[in-house]
Design a protein around this ligand. Structure first.
Ligand SMILES: [Zn+2]
Length: 134
């Protein structure tokens, strides 16, 4: 497995699935962890395919698939100098596309999915703690 894939696996283990979080851009349920284009953490490139990745989990943001795709596309559409402003504009337009009501319903659904998962994780760590006490 490539380093890129290894780090995505580690990220999921550290921060849980992105699908339990809202997309940082539009506020609907996220699909994947995406490298923040403005991260100040060091970026590495995978060999041989050149996928950028970071060994810092804080360098990633939870994004939905459409927001992630558009961010990647934007990088090829504008110059490096114009990228930060274009990114702000894209982000504002993604947020404006979704109503607060839609975001609220999505958040309720996410909570209903996340709650049993968190309960199971708590249960497992309780069991581990009890075992270790013996
Ligand atoms: Zn989104």
């Amino acid at each position: 497995m490539s380093d890129y894939n290894e780090w995505h696996k580690a990220l999921r283990a550290f921060r849980g699935p992105a699908s339990l979080r809202p997309c940082e851009w539009c506020g609907l349920t996220a699909d994947e962890w995406a490298l923040d284009p403005r991260t100040e953490h060091p970026i590495q490139r995978d060999e041989p395919d050149g996928h950028p990745y970071s060994e810092f989990s804080a360098a990633y943001k939870a994004l939905c698939r459409p927001c992630h795709r558009r961010t990647d596309k934007l990088r090829h559409q504008v110059s490096e100098a114009d990228f930060p402003a274009a990114l702000d504009a894209l982000r504002a337009s993604r947020w404006a596309m979704v109503s607060d009501g839609h975001r609220r319903i999505d958040a309720e659904f996410r909570a209903s999915v996340a709650e049993p998962i968190h309960r199971e994780l708590d249960h497992q760590s309780d069991k581990r703690a009890r075992r270790n006490r013996r």
